[in-house]
Design a protein around this ligand. Structure first.
Ligand SMILES: C[S@@+](CC[C@H](N)C(=O)[O-])C[C@H]1O[C@@H](n2cnc3c(N)ncnc32)[C@H](O)[C@@H]1O
Length: 457
């Protein structure tokens, strides 16, 4: 077993690691990309990727680099078991590599699947959206409401609202009453005029306009409240987003390459995917850092009907890796997947001791040590269940970041996962440095790394 401090993790010796290391380069400029821009979407990569994207998603050029490093060919199958908004799958489709994704959040699975639908005719999509926009605008004008934010004296009691169970899931002021009304009018018209061909893209455009233009949210990178605007253009913001999708669809190939996302829990991925069906993995799982993905996607999940009430939210939360103290349940037992001598247990003890030393007593803080055990235990469970899905010789790349969110105690995520992977029977081929990030609390540079594994079979 590897020791967390062993530095030879970065000096690789296996055939995979013998392959020349590519530096991440901007294809337009053929120049290495600076640390601060390493995570950015390059201008030539926007098609399909920017239809909707998590703020912290890894970039398409990273996927290209590791497709090369892992030597993945077009007759192999790529998996992203934590596919989020689908960067790996979209990029693989562009490269002609068949892929499959697994994602626990229904709204993100919908987003990714839609980003992979390229056979829709862009002009026809736009015509359909323009007709819907005119119908909605006409309806709003009849109510005395303009799409552009110029409304004064509108009777707020007359406005459409979310059903009360759904409204309870929204953050205060996430969206103001007038923009919400216009959004619900548009959403209902989209549902009324539902079409197999266009509606998914049109709903995706609404999800992305909600997050980016219509709501009061800001992402930095956690979801928070920005300036609360009483009114916002909804129909025109939505139509602009449909226009971008439509113009991409006119240039993206009508590719036959298979790509599909399943909504499910990657800690039991053997129940989601057939045995020995995957040749390679490029993924970025959550990190143990208090980020709650159900908050990131809350507004579109509620308004588009993916979370209707607390029960629906809770059952989705239960499918997620435990990476934050808001998503921990009494019957959680993923820590059972850690071996008795795991360094994670020692790390969790240090976090708990620091809590006691600092006199921190909130319910969330009391969960920090538990979250760390459950997170790494959950990753062990994922890696174990994945073994039956992989073909012998499969190559894997996990993009993970060090964290210091729990009383500033450093969590070397990549190194700890390397040890867990070895325990599960994988061979560790190396850990590459992708980039460093400044930790706001400690002002320390945190490493974001790519853990390279091989499944011997
Ligand atoms: C770091 S994000 C991935 C971002 C992704 N690379 C992209 O392009 O958007 C991690 C994702 O894992 C998902 N996730 C968390 N636990 C999961 C589980 N047990 N099974 C499947 N997906 C899960 C989260 O909902 C989130 O979307």
């Amino acid at each position: 077993m590897l020791n967390a401090n062993q530095s030879n993790l970065t000096s690789t010796t296996t055939p995979l690691a013998d392959q020349p290391r590519l530096s991440i380069a901007d294809p337009q400029a053929s120049q290495p990309i600076s640390n601060s821009r390493k995570n950015a979407l390059l201008p030539g990569d926007t098609a399909a990727h920017d239809w909707y994207r998590f703020v912290l998603s890894f970039p398409p050029h990273l996927v290209r680099e590791y497709v090369d490093r892992l030597g993945v060919t077009t007759d192999e199958v790529m998996l992203d078991p934590f596919c989020g908004t689908g960067t790996t799958l979209v990029e693989c489709k562009k490269l002609g590599i068949p892929s499959i994704g697994v994602e626990a959040l229904p709204s993100s699975a919908f987003v990714s699947n839609t980003k992979l639908e390229w056979s829709t005719d862009g002009d026809a999509l736009m015509d359909s959206a323009s007709r819907i926009a005119s119908d909605v605008q006409r309806g709003l004008v009849n109510e005395g409401i303009a799409d552009e934010p110029s409304n004064e004296g509108v009777d707020l009691f007359e406005l459409r609202q979310l059903p009360s169970d759904a409204a309870k899931l929204m953050f205060k002021d996430a969206i103001s009453p007038l923009p919400l009304h216009k959004t619900l009018v548009l959403r209902d018209e989209l549902e009324r005029q539902w079409s197999e061909e266009y509606s998914n893209h049109q709903m995706l455009a609404l999800a992305s306009a909600l997050v980016g233009d219509i709501s009061n949210l800001k992402f930095g990178p956690e979801v928070g409240l920005g300036k609360v605007k009483q009114d916002a253009a909804v129909v025109s913001a939505w139509l602009d987003r449909v226009a971008k999708i439509a113009s991409d669809l006119n240039v993206l190939p009508d590719s036959e390459v298979a790509a599909k996302v399943k909504c499910g829990d990657s800690r039991q991925i053997n129940e989601v995917l057939p045995p020995k069906s995957v040749d390679a993995v490029i993924t970025s799982p959550p990190y143990p850092n208090e980020k709650d993905y159900t908050r990131t996607v809350r507004i579109e999940s509620v308004i588009l009907g993916f979370f209707e009430d607390r029960m629906a939210l809770r059952s989705t939360k239960k499918q997620l890796l435990r990476s934050n103290s808001r998503t921990v349940y009494k019957d959680d037992a993923d820590d059972d997947w850690l071996p008795a001598n795991s360094p994670v247990l020692e790390l969790a003890n240090r976090i708990e001791n620091r809590r006691i030393e600092l006199g921190k007593t909130s319910g969330f803080e009391k969960q920090y040590a538990n979250v760390v055990r459950l997170y790494f235990g959950g990753m062990a469970r994922h890696l174990k269940s994945l073994t039956s899905v992989l073909k012998p010789g499969a190559r894997l790349a996990y993009v993970v970041g060090d964290q210091a969110s729990f009383f500033r105690i450093m969590i070397r995520t990549g190194q700890l996962l390397a040890q867990i992977a070895e325990e599960c029977g994988y061979s560790v081929e190396g850990i590459d440095l992708f980039r460093t990030r400044l930790a706001t609390a400690t002002r320390e540079q945190l490493r974001e790394e790519v853990l390279l594994l091989r499944w011997p079979g």
